[in-house]
Design a protein around this ligand. Structure first.
Ligand SMILES: [Fe+2]
Length: 160
């Protein structure tokens, strides 16, 4: 389903861009929940620092979700943030329920964030090829923030 719009992008370009955005929206919604999973369940000597780090990561991902969804609606399509859709469409790793210590949570969330970042970077090029430079730009902003957030996570794992 799509709405007519005065945006000077063809229906075809808008449809292609929205398919890219929707795929990453499902991943981002999964990732958002995974960050809370880490925030709630991490234990160990660095509990408070990691508890807060994972919550800040969650808040960044929440911004990704909103930006992706609202680009879809700006292009005249329907953003599908339903849990059933997210569960069926996500391409991320399932979050391990048994993760306990800080290192296990850092590795789990880093793996998911890394996979999300890879998919977003691939979508930048596809959006550019499709002819929607603004979606490519939005994805580029998200990709850059993913790299930064991955640094914040991985810095905890690299001091060996
Ligand atoms: Fe909390």
């Amino acid at each position: 389903m799509s709405y007519t719009s005065r945006i000077d992008l063809s229906d075809h370009v808008r449809k292609e861009a929205c398919a890219l955005l929707q795929a990453r929206l499902s991943d981002a919604l999964d990732l958002e929940a995974q960050a809370k999973q880490a925030h709630w369940n991490v234990k160990g000597p660095h509990f408070l620092q990691l508890h807060e780090l994972f919550d800040r990561l969650h808040d960044e991902i929440e911004q990704f979700v909103d930006q992706l969804a609202e680009r879809i609606t700006a292009l005249g399509h329907v953003a599908d943030g339903r849990i059933a859709t997210t569960a069926a469409a996500t391409t991320l790793y399932g979050y391990p329920l048994e993760a306990t210590g800080g290192e296990a949570h850092l590795k789990a969330i880093s793996a998911s964030l890394g996979a999300f970042g890879k998919a977003v970077r691939e979508a930048i090029d596809r959006a550019g090829t499709t002819g929607d430079a603004d979606t490519a730009d939005l994805l580029t902003q998200i990709s850059r923030e993913c790299d930064k957030q991955l640094w914040f996570l991985e810095a905890h794992l690299q001091a060996h």
